[in-house]
Design a protein around this ligand. Structure first.
Ligand SMILES: Nc1ncnc2c1ncn2[C@@H]1O[C@H](COP(=O)(O)OP(=O)(O)O)[C@@H](O)[C@H]1O
Ligand SMILES: [Mg+2]
Length: 234
C-alpha cells in the first residue's frame, strides 16, 4: 500500500544542519495499523508530514499504490491527498472562523452536494462523541479533547484509504480515548491502513506493528503483550 524509500530530511537552523530522518525505508501493507513511538523532538511529526505529502523530503520516495506522491504536480498532489489520505494533526489545525460542523464538511464542500455532505459530517461528529449542541460553535470555544475529536471526524469525511494520525489521543480522557481507538479499529477492520504516532504504550499496543524512532532511524519494537507472553513461556 505505502512504500517509503530512503527517506531523509534535514532542517537548517541558521548555519546548523540537523538530520532528523536518516534514510528510512519501510513498507506498510494495506489494512495494517502501524504505530510509531519515540521521545519528543525525535522527528515523529516530521516523518508523518513527509509520508502524507505535506513536507518535501530532501531525499527519498513515498509511493502510494504505485503513485509517487512527490512526483505529482501540487494541484494533483493535493487532490490525491484529499481523497485518499486522512491526516490528524497534532495541533488539530481547525479553521478558527468556521463552526464545528463546517470544519468537518469543508474538505469536500466543492465536491459533494451540501445536504448529504452535512448529514455525513453530523454522523461522523456523533461517532466521535461530539454532541449536537456544539455543532455551531467556533473552535475557540472548545476544549482540547473536543478539538481533537472534531479533527478526527474531519480526517474521515472523504472516506480515505489511509489515516495518518499524529498523537490522536493525546488530549483525551480514557473514555474518549477508547471511543477513538475502537473507531480506528473499525476503520482498520474495513481494510483501511493506519499510521499513527503516540506516546501512550497502551495506544501503541493496539497497532499490528510498532516502530521506535530514534536518531533518525525506525526500528521495529516488540509489542508489550508479546514480551509478556515470551516471559510466561519461559
Ligand atoms: N520547520 C522546522 N524547522 C526547523 N526545525 C524544525 C522544524 N520542525 C521541527 N523542527 C525540529 O525538528 C525536530 C523534530 O521535530 P518533530 O518532528 O516535531 O518531533 P516530534 O514530533 O517527534 O516531537 C525538533 O527538534 C524540532 O524542533
Ligand atoms: Mg510531534
Amino acid at each position: 500500500m505505502i512504500e517509503i524509500r530512503d527517506l531523509s530530511k534535514t532542517y537548517n537552523h541558521f548555519s546548523d544542519k540537523v538530520k532528523i530522518l536518516n534514510n528510512i525505508s519501510l513498507s506498510i501493507d494495506k489494512g495494517q495499523w502501524c504505530t510509531i513511538i519515540g521521545p519528543s523532538g525525535t522527528g515523529k511529526s516530521t516523518f508523518l508530514n513527509c509520508v502524507a505529502g505535506l513536507l518535501q523530503p530532501d531525499d527519498g520516495e513515498i509511493i502510494y499504490e504505485g503513485v509517487n506522491i512527490y512526483s505529482l504536480k501540487d494541484k494533483v498532489k493535493s487532490e490525491y491527498r484529499r481523497f485518499n489520505i486522512g491526516f490528524i494533526f497534532q495541533d488539530f489545525k481547525l479553521l478558527p472562523h468556521y463552526s464545528v460542523l463546517d470544519n468537518v464538511a469543508l474538505p469536500l464542500i466543492y465536491d459533494e452536494p451540501k445536504k448529504p455532505l452535512y448529514t455525513k459530517a453530523k454522523s461522523l461528529l456523533e461517532m466521535v462523541g461530539i454532541k449536537e449542541q456544539i455543532f455551531n460553535r467556533l473552535p475557540e470555544a472548545l476544549s482540547g479533547g473536543e478539538k481533537q475529536r472534531i479533527a478526527i471526524a474531519r480526517a474521515l469525511i472523504a472516506n480515505p484509504k489511509v489515516l495518518i494520525c499524529d498523537e490522536p489521543t493525546g488530549n483525551l480522557d480514557i473514555n474518549n480515548r477508547n471511543i477513538i481507538l475502537d473507531l480506528l479499529s473499525e476503520f482498520k477492520n474495513s481494510g483501511k491502513t493506519i499510521i499513527m504516532v503516540t506516546h501512550d504504550e497502551e495506544v501503541a499496543n493496539r497497532g499490528d506493528i510498532i516502530y521506535k524512532l530514534s536518531n533518525g532511524i525506525l526500528e521495529e519494537r516488540m509489542k508489550k503483550n508479546d514480551a509478556f507472553s515470551l516471559e510466561s513461556n519461559n
